[in-house]
Design a protein around this ligand. Sequence first.
Ligand code: AOF
Ligand code: ZN
Length: 356
Amino acid sequence: MALALALGRRGQGRTWPNPAVGCVIVREGRIVGRGWTAPGGRPHAEPQALAQAGAAARGATAYVSLEPCAHHGQTPPCSETLINAGIARVVAPLQDSDPRVAGHGFAMLRAAGVSVTTGVMADEAAHDHAGFFLRTEQGRPFVTLKLASSLDGRIATATGESQWITGPEARRAVHAMRARHDAVMVGGGTARADDPSLTVRKIGTTHQPVRVVVSRRLDLPLMSRLAMTAPDAPLWLAHGTDADPALHEAWEGIGAKLIACNLSGRQLDIGSVLHALGAEGLTRVLCEGGGALAASLLAADLVDELVIFSAGMAIGAEGLPSIGAMGLARLDEAPRFERVEVRAVGADILHRWRRA
Ligand code: AOF
Ligand code: ZN
């Protein structure tokens, strides 16, 4: 199952709106087939592993990182394909959350006499598929918030100097994180200040996640790396219903996809933005700042995982904070996180936290 989960994770960032599933077929203690959900979400993991196994699938055990599907989509149900291949036993951690599948896959297998074991490595699977579960159950994607800052949580000096706080190893790790998410998201302020391209580079992959910029007024520079790279990687702009139609048209002309979202007071409602991204199919979003967007996600309790890179450098209180004002009055209103990892990355420290 650990191998099936690891194979499944290879698809993360490129199978949305489908889950990234892995499958390992074992016959008499030997692995005879491996598969994972293909880019774009199809073919599913199981038929690929079965194709490798061929006749060896007869009487074998299939370890699948999610309940095999039961519905007729563009492909036949994986449960049926497993049955037809003669699989004797299926081991899976969890039920699928898609109502077309939930429980029906296991029932179909059992009805055909296949032995089914569930619950194996369920916590790990729940985390790997958290984005898919959140989207199908709550309509929003999983949100990872990444911050790279000085020891005192600053991302720039008062004059706006921000390159480079963390080292090349940390920056490379960020590119690998981008590749495992469906989309990378920043606020309009960061897009204006840093002129980022938000593409995946330096790690030898051609796959590019969607780039999302959250900008109520669409007041973003048209002469920018984001605009110039529009042909290379999808660019989506989440904007307020009151944005200037001329700007809307200009960005559409560049090839961006425009997504209108509700306002909450004078700001874009961040919950509405995430639900709009979920409706477009995104299951895993990596937010890379800036401070205002980070603060609104945290204040709305919409950060599922925090990944912080801390550099051995102090900038001081005049510097730009990685997390902007959250409007908290009391400590017990502060969102809390549980530490899941601490690791040295080059000269910096990575710490990872999950919602408590
Ligand atoms: C599996 N194995 O590898 C994946 C599954 O649109 P379709 O027809 O491709 O079906 C998508 C649904 O299939 C998706 O919502 C989820 O329930 C399941 N994904 N199932 O057996 C896989 N990716
Ligand atoms: Zn399937």
